[in-house]
Design a protein around this ligand. Sequence first.
Ligand SMILES: Cc1ncc(C[n+]2csc(CCOP(=O)(O)OP(=O)(O)O)c2C)c(N)n1
Ligand SMILES: [Mg+2]
Length: 342
Amino acid sequence: MVQERTLPQFHAPAAQIAPEEGLRLYEDMILGRFFEDKCAEMYYRGKMFGFVHLYNGQEAVSSGVIKSLRSDDYVCSTYRDHVHALSAGVPAKNVMAELFGKETGCSKGRGGSMHLFSSEHNMLGGFAFIGEGIPVALGAAFQSRYRRDALGDSSADQVTACFFGDGTSNNGQFFECLNMAALWKLPILFVVENNKWAIGMAHERATSQPEIYKKASVFGMPGVEVDGMDVMAVREVAQQAVARARAGEGPTLIEALTYRFRGHSLADPDELRSKAEKEAWLARDPIKRFEGYLLEQNLADEGTLKEVRDRIQTTIDDALTFAEESPEPSPDDLYKYIFADE
Ligand SMILES: Cc1ncc(C[n+]2csc(CCOP(=O)(O)OP(=O)(O)O)c2C)c(N)n1
Ligand SMILES: [Mg+2]
Protein backbone atom coordinates (compact mmCIF):
# COMPACT_ATOMS: atom_id res chain seq x y z
CA MET A 1 0.00 0.00 0.00
CA VAL A 2 1.57 3.26 -1.15
CA GLN A 3 1.24 6.11 1.30
CA GLU A 4 -0.82 9.08 0.15
CA ARG A 5 1.32 12.00 -0.88
CA THR A 6 1.19 14.99 1.42
CA LEU A 7 -0.73 17.78 -0.23
CA PRO A 8 0.94 21.17 -0.49
CA GLN A 9 -0.63 23.73 1.81
CA PHE A 10 -2.05 26.95 0.47
CA HIS A 11 -2.72 29.69 2.96
CA ALA A 12 -5.25 32.13 1.62
CA PRO A 13 -5.39 35.21 3.74
CA ALA A 14 -8.79 36.93 3.99
CA ALA A 15 -10.61 37.33 0.68
CA GLN A 16 -8.10 37.79 -2.06
CA ILE A 17 -10.60 37.81 -4.80
CA ALA A 18 -13.30 40.22 -5.89
CA PRO A 19 -16.83 38.81 -5.51
CA GLU A 20 -17.46 38.96 -9.29
CA GLU A 21 -14.25 37.03 -9.96
CA GLY A 22 -15.21 34.44 -7.34
CA LEU A 23 -18.58 33.97 -8.99
CA ARG A 24 -16.96 33.76 -12.43
CA LEU A 25 -14.82 30.86 -11.21
CA TYR A 26 -17.76 29.22 -9.46
CA GLU A 27 -19.93 29.49 -12.57
CA ASP A 28 -17.19 27.92 -14.69
CA MET A 29 -16.76 25.01 -12.30
CA ILE A 30 -20.52 24.42 -12.13
CA LEU A 31 -20.74 24.56 -15.91
CA GLY A 32 -18.05 21.88 -16.15
CA ARG A 33 -19.67 19.63 -13.55
CA PHE A 34 -23.26 19.94 -14.84
CA PHE A 35 -22.14 19.46 -18.44
CA GLU A 36 -20.32 16.24 -17.59
CA ASP A 37 -23.22 14.91 -15.53
CA LYS A 38 -25.52 15.47 -18.50
CA CYS A 39 -23.06 13.63 -20.76
CA ALA A 40 -23.09 10.62 -18.44
CA GLU A 41 -26.88 10.62 -18.47
CA MET A 42 -27.04 10.79 -22.28
CA TYR A 43 -24.38 8.11 -22.69
CA TYR A 44 -26.10 5.64 -20.40
CA ARG A 45 -29.41 6.34 -22.13
CA GLY A 46 -27.73 5.28 -25.36
CA LYS A 47 -27.88 8.70 -26.96
CA MET A 48 -24.14 9.32 -27.18
CA PHE A 49 -21.57 6.93 -28.63
CA GLY A 50 -17.85 6.24 -28.68
CA PHE A 51 -15.39 6.85 -25.89
CA VAL A 52 -16.35 9.64 -23.52
CA HIS A 53 -13.92 10.69 -20.76
CA LEU A 54 -15.38 12.88 -18.07
CA TYR A 55 -13.65 15.51 -15.96
CA ASN A 56 -15.70 15.40 -12.72
CA GLY A 57 -13.47 16.20 -9.73
CA GLN A 58 -10.80 18.05 -11.69
CA GLU A 59 -12.74 21.31 -12.29
CA ALA A 60 -10.50 23.48 -10.09
CA VAL A 61 -7.63 22.86 -12.52
CA SER A 62 -9.45 23.90 -15.68
CA SER A 63 -11.10 26.93 -14.08
CA GLY A 64 -8.05 27.99 -12.06
CA VAL A 65 -5.74 27.90 -15.08
CA ILE A 66 -7.91 28.87 -18.04
CA LYS A 67 -9.71 31.69 -16.21
CA SER A 68 -6.24 33.13 -15.51
CA LEU A 69 -5.64 33.44 -19.27
CA ARG A 70 -6.70 36.12 -21.72
CA SER A 71 -9.27 35.21 -24.35
CA ASP A 72 -6.60 35.37 -27.09
CA ASP A 73 -4.31 32.90 -25.28
CA TYR A 74 -4.21 29.24 -26.38
CA VAL A 75 -5.51 26.09 -24.71
CA CYS A 76 -4.44 22.59 -25.67
CA SER A 77 -6.13 19.54 -24.19
CA THR A 78 -6.34 15.75 -24.23
CA TYR A 79 -9.21 13.31 -24.79
CA ARG A 80 -10.58 14.54 -21.41
CA ASP A 81 -11.37 17.84 -23.10
CA HIS A 82 -14.99 18.92 -22.64
CA VAL A 83 -14.39 21.12 -19.62
CA HIS A 84 -11.19 22.69 -20.97
CA ALA A 85 -13.19 23.71 -24.06
CA LEU A 86 -15.99 25.15 -21.92
CA SER A 87 -13.56 27.13 -19.74
CA ALA A 88 -11.94 28.43 -22.93
CA GLY A 89 -15.31 29.85 -23.94
CA VAL A 90 -16.54 27.32 -26.51
CA PRO A 91 -20.35 27.49 -26.05
CA ALA A 92 -21.88 24.48 -24.27
CA LYS A 93 -24.36 23.96 -27.13
CA ASN A 94 -21.55 23.54 -29.69
CA VAL A 95 -19.66 21.14 -27.42
CA MET A 96 -22.82 19.10 -26.78
CA ALA A 97 -23.68 19.06 -30.49
CA GLU A 98 -20.16 17.77 -31.21
CA LEU A 99 -20.73 14.89 -28.80
CA PHE A 100 -23.90 14.07 -30.70
CA GLY A 101 -21.99 14.12 -34.01
CA LYS A 102 -24.02 17.03 -35.35
CA GLU A 103 -23.09 19.54 -38.04
CA THR A 104 -23.40 22.37 -35.49
CA GLY A 105 -20.71 20.85 -33.26
CA CYS A 106 -17.53 22.83 -32.67
CA SER A 107 -15.66 20.34 -34.93
CA LYS A 108 -18.66 20.13 -37.29
CA GLY A 109 -19.59 16.73 -35.86
CA ARG A 110 -16.49 15.10 -37.36
CA GLY A 111 -14.43 14.94 -34.17
CA GLY A 112 -16.62 13.81 -31.30
CA SER A 113 -15.75 13.80 -27.64
CA MET A 114 -11.97 13.47 -27.99
CA HIS A 115 -11.48 16.02 -30.78
CA LEU A 116 -13.01 19.30 -29.70
CA PHE A 117 -11.55 22.21 -31.63
CA SER A 118 -12.36 25.89 -32.05
CA SER A 119 -10.09 28.28 -33.91
CA GLU A 120 -12.32 31.14 -32.74
CA HIS A 121 -11.52 30.34 -29.10
CA ASN A 122 -7.88 29.31 -29.68
CA MET A 123 -8.84 25.85 -28.46
CA LEU A 124 -6.17 23.79 -30.19
CA GLY A 125 -7.87 20.50 -29.71
CA GLY A 126 -8.55 17.39 -27.83
CA PHE A 127 -6.30 14.49 -28.87
CA ALA A 128 -6.95 10.75 -28.64
CA PHE A 129 -3.29 9.78 -28.44
CA ILE A 130 -1.72 10.67 -25.15
CA GLY A 131 1.01 13.30 -25.38
CA GLU A 132 -0.09 14.26 -28.89
CA GLY A 133 -1.13 17.73 -27.82
CA ILE A 134 2.14 18.64 -26.14
CA PRO A 135 4.12 19.38 -29.35
CA VAL A 136 1.06 21.12 -30.82
CA ALA A 137 0.95 23.42 -27.79
CA LEU A 138 4.69 23.94 -28.07
CA GLY A 139 4.16 25.04 -31.69
CA ALA A 140 1.54 27.56 -30.60
CA ALA A 141 3.90 28.95 -27.97
CA PHE A 142 6.72 29.06 -30.51
CA GLN A 143 4.68 31.05 -33.02
CA SER A 144 3.78 33.76 -30.48
CA ARG A 145 7.44 34.08 -29.48
CA TYR A 146 8.57 34.08 -33.12
CA ARG A 147 6.03 36.70 -34.17
CA ARG A 148 6.95 38.91 -31.25
CA ASP A 149 10.74 38.59 -31.19
CA ALA A 150 11.69 37.67 -34.78
CA LEU A 151 8.97 39.55 -36.65
CA GLY A 152 8.69 42.45 -34.19
CA ASP A 153 4.93 42.15 -33.57
CA SER A 154 4.66 43.49 -30.03
CA SER A 155 1.02 42.37 -29.76
CA ALA A 156 2.08 38.71 -30.06
CA ASP A 157 2.40 38.05 -26.33
CA GLN A 158 -0.07 35.15 -26.13
CA VAL A 159 0.52 32.38 -23.64
CA THR A 160 -0.34 28.71 -24.20
CA ALA A 161 -1.71 26.37 -21.52
CA CYS A 162 -1.04 22.72 -22.27
CA PHE A 163 -2.93 20.11 -20.21
CA PHE A 164 -2.12 16.41 -19.87
CA GLY A 165 -2.16 13.59 -17.32
CA ASP A 166 0.28 11.92 -14.95
CA GLY A 167 0.53 8.83 -17.17
CA THR A 168 1.35 11.01 -20.15
CA SER A 169 4.29 12.57 -18.33
CA ASN A 170 6.18 9.28 -18.90
CA ASN A 171 5.79 9.73 -22.65
CA GLY A 172 8.72 10.98 -24.79
CA GLN A 173 7.01 14.13 -26.06
CA PHE A 174 6.85 15.46 -22.51
CA PHE A 175 10.65 15.45 -22.12
CA GLU A 176 11.41 16.67 -25.64
CA CYS A 177 8.99 19.55 -25.39
CA LEU A 178 10.09 20.61 -21.92
CA ASN A 179 13.63 20.79 -23.22
CA MET A 180 12.74 22.93 -26.20
CA ALA A 181 10.39 25.19 -24.27
CA ALA A 182 13.05 25.91 -21.68
CA LEU A 183 15.81 26.34 -24.26
CA TRP A 184 13.80 28.87 -26.27
CA LYS A 185 12.03 30.41 -23.27
CA LEU A 186 8.62 29.75 -24.79
CA PRO A 187 5.48 31.25 -23.22
CA ILE A 188 3.85 28.00 -22.13
CA LEU A 189 2.36 26.40 -19.02
CA PHE A 190 2.71 22.62 -18.89
CA VAL A 191 -0.17 21.63 -16.62
CA VAL A 192 -0.03 18.03 -15.44
CA GLU A 193 -3.32 16.92 -13.96
CA ASN A 194 -2.04 14.20 -11.65
CA ASN A 195 -5.19 12.26 -10.85
CA LYS A 196 -3.11 9.31 -9.61
CA TRP A 197 -4.23 6.90 -12.34
CA ALA A 198 -3.60 6.24 -16.02
CA ILE A 199 -6.65 4.10 -16.81
CA GLY A 200 -5.96 1.22 -14.35
CA MET A 201 -2.26 1.93 -13.77
CA ALA A 202 -1.44 3.61 -10.46
CA HIS A 203 1.00 6.47 -10.98
CA GLU A 204 3.55 5.20 -8.44
CA ARG A 205 3.70 1.78 -10.12
CA ALA A 206 4.69 3.24 -13.48
CA THR A 207 6.86 6.18 -12.52
CA SER A 208 10.35 6.11 -11.05
CA GLN A 209 10.01 9.66 -9.71
CA PRO A 210 6.30 10.22 -9.01
CA GLU A 211 6.74 13.87 -8.03
CA ILE A 212 6.41 15.17 -11.57
CA TYR A 213 7.01 18.87 -10.81
CA LYS A 214 10.58 18.00 -9.77
CA LYS A 215 11.38 17.05 -13.38
CA ALA A 216 11.26 20.74 -14.33
CA SER A 217 14.53 21.45 -12.53
CA VAL A 218 16.66 19.36 -14.90
CA PHE A 219 15.46 21.55 -17.76
CA GLY A 220 16.13 24.70 -15.78
CA MET A 221 12.49 25.76 -15.52
CA PRO A 222 10.34 26.38 -12.45
CA GLY A 223 8.25 23.41 -11.34
CA VAL A 224 5.45 23.79 -8.80
CA GLU A 225 3.05 21.40 -7.14
CA VAL A 226 -0.37 22.64 -6.24
CA ASP A 227 -3.48 21.29 -4.59
CA GLY A 228 -5.62 20.67 -7.66
CA MET A 229 -8.80 20.50 -5.57
CA ASP A 230 -8.42 24.15 -4.52
CA VAL A 231 -9.28 26.60 -7.28
CA MET A 232 -7.80 29.55 -5.37
CA ALA A 233 -4.44 27.78 -5.08
CA VAL A 234 -4.44 26.73 -8.74
CA ARG A 235 -5.37 30.26 -9.80
CA GLU A 236 -2.53 31.77 -7.77
CA VAL A 237 0.07 29.41 -9.25
CA ALA A 238 -1.34 29.87 -12.77
CA GLN A 239 -1.33 33.67 -12.52
CA GLN A 240 2.35 33.67 -11.58
CA ALA A 241 3.23 31.30 -14.42
CA VAL A 242 1.21 33.35 -16.93
CA ALA A 243 2.92 36.57 -15.82
CA ARG A 244 6.34 34.94 -16.25
CA ALA A 245 5.48 33.55 -19.67
CA ARG A 246 4.00 36.85 -20.84
CA ALA A 247 7.10 38.73 -19.68
CA GLY A 248 9.33 36.49 -21.86
CA GLU A 249 10.72 34.56 -18.90
CA GLY A 250 9.73 31.17 -20.28
CA PRO A 251 7.75 28.09 -19.30
CA THR A 252 6.52 26.61 -16.01
CA LEU A 253 5.65 23.04 -15.13
CA ILE A 254 2.62 22.89 -12.84
CA GLU A 255 1.66 19.61 -11.23
CA ALA A 256 -1.90 19.78 -9.93
CA LEU A 257 -2.76 16.98 -7.51
CA THR A 258 -6.30 16.00 -8.28
CA TYR A 259 -8.67 13.07 -8.73
CA ARG A 260 -11.30 11.96 -11.20
CA PHE A 261 -14.60 11.13 -9.57
CA ARG A 262 -15.67 8.71 -12.30
CA GLY A 263 -14.03 5.84 -14.17
CA HIS A 264 -11.41 6.46 -16.85
CA SER A 265 -14.14 6.63 -19.48
CA LEU A 266 -17.85 5.95 -19.32
CA ALA A 267 -17.08 2.41 -20.51
CA ASP A 268 -14.83 1.75 -17.49
CA PRO A 269 -16.44 -0.18 -14.60
CA ASP A 270 -13.91 1.53 -12.27
CA GLU A 271 -13.17 -1.54 -10.17
CA LEU A 272 -9.46 -0.98 -9.57
CA ARG A 273 -9.48 2.06 -7.31
CA SER A 274 -10.24 1.34 -3.67
CA LYS A 275 -13.41 2.57 -2.00
CA ALA A 276 -11.36 4.23 0.72
CA GLU A 277 -9.30 6.20 -1.82
CA LYS A 278 -12.38 7.32 -3.73
CA GLU A 279 -14.16 8.42 -0.56
CA ALA A 280 -11.15 10.35 0.71
CA TRP A 281 -10.97 12.34 -2.53
CA LEU A 282 -14.73 12.79 -2.87
CA ALA A 283 -14.66 14.48 0.51
CA ARG A 284 -12.36 17.08 -1.03
CA ASP A 285 -14.77 17.99 -3.85
CA PRO A 286 -13.39 21.25 -5.32
CA ILE A 287 -16.83 22.73 -5.88
CA LYS A 288 -18.07 22.16 -2.33
CA ARG A 289 -14.80 23.49 -1.04
CA PHE A 290 -15.02 26.66 -3.10
CA GLU A 291 -18.66 27.15 -2.11
CA GLY A 292 -17.50 27.02 1.51
CA TYR A 293 -14.80 29.57 0.80
CA LEU A 294 -17.15 32.00 -0.96
CA LEU A 295 -19.67 31.82 1.89
CA GLU A 296 -17.08 32.02 4.64
CA GLN A 297 -15.43 35.06 3.11
CA ASN A 298 -18.81 36.73 2.53
CA LEU A 299 -18.15 36.87 -1.19
CA ALA A 300 -21.53 35.31 -1.97
CA ASP A 301 -24.60 34.03 -0.17
CA GLU A 302 -26.55 30.80 -0.67
CA GLY A 303 -29.13 32.55 -2.84
CA THR A 304 -26.52 33.88 -5.27
CA LEU A 305 -24.89 30.48 -5.59
CA LYS A 306 -28.25 28.86 -6.25
CA GLU A 307 -28.97 31.45 -8.95
CA VAL A 308 -25.71 30.50 -10.65
CA ARG A 309 -26.59 26.80 -10.50
CA ASP A 310 -30.10 27.43 -11.86
CA ARG A 311 -28.77 29.56 -14.69
CA ILE A 312 -26.20 26.93 -15.66
CA GLN A 313 -28.83 24.17 -15.51
CA THR A 314 -30.81 26.14 -18.09
CA THR A 315 -27.68 26.52 -20.25
CA ILE A 316 -27.16 22.75 -20.15
CA ASP A 317 -30.82 21.99 -20.91
CA ASP A 318 -30.71 24.41 -23.85
CA ALA A 319 -27.44 22.86 -25.06
CA LEU A 320 -29.08 19.44 -25.06
CA THR A 321 -32.13 20.63 -26.99
CA PHE A 322 -29.85 22.38 -29.49
CA ALA A 323 -27.75 19.24 -29.95
CA GLU A 324 -30.76 16.96 -30.36
CA GLU A 325 -32.49 19.26 -32.83
CA SER A 326 -29.39 20.01 -34.92
CA PRO A 327 -28.94 18.30 -38.30
CA GLU A 328 -26.56 15.42 -38.96
CA PRO A 329 -23.73 16.20 -41.38
CA SER A 330 -24.85 15.55 -44.95
CA PRO A 331 -23.43 12.40 -46.62
CA ASP A 332 -22.59 14.68 -49.58
CA ASP A 333 -20.00 16.33 -47.34
CA LEU A 334 -18.16 13.11 -46.56
CA TYR A 335 -14.89 14.40 -48.00
CA LYS A 336 -15.30 17.96 -46.76
CA TYR A 337 -12.75 19.23 -44.19
CA ILE A 338 -10.26 16.47 -44.96
CA PHE A 339 -7.94 18.84 -46.79
CA ALA A 340 -7.65 22.58 -46.17
CA ASP A 341 -9.49 24.73 -48.70
CA GLU A 342 -7.18 26.82 -50.84
C1 LIG B 1 0.13 7.05 -27.52
C2 LIG B 1 -0.94 6.37 -26.73
N1 LIG B 1 -0.64 5.25 -26.02
C3 LIG B 1 -1.61 4.66 -25.27
C4 LIG B 1 -2.88 5.15 -25.26
C5 LIG B 1 -3.96 4.49 -24.42
N2 LIG B 1 -4.32 5.35 -23.31
C6 LIG B 1 -5.45 6.07 -23.32
S1 LIG B 1 -5.65 6.97 -21.95
C7 LIG B 1 -4.22 6.39 -21.25
C8 LIG B 1 -3.80 6.79 -19.89
C9 LIG B 1 -3.45 8.22 -19.74
O1 LIG B 1 -3.43 8.58 -18.39
P1 LIG B 1 -3.13 10.04 -17.89
O2 LIG B 1 -2.11 10.68 -18.75
O3 LIG B 1 -2.83 9.97 -16.45
O4 LIG B 1 -4.50 10.83 -18.14
P2 LIG B 1 -5.92 10.69 -17.44
O5 LIG B 1 -6.73 9.71 -18.25
O6 LIG B 1 -5.72 10.22 -16.05
O7 LIG B 1 -6.55 12.04 -17.53
C10 LIG B 1 -3.61 5.50 -22.14
C11 LIG B 1 -2.35 4.81 -21.86
C12 LIG B 1 -3.15 6.31 -26.03
N3 LIG B 1 -4.35 6.88 -26.03
N4 LIG B 1 -2.17 6.91 -26.74
MG1 LIG C 1 -4.07 10.29 -14.83
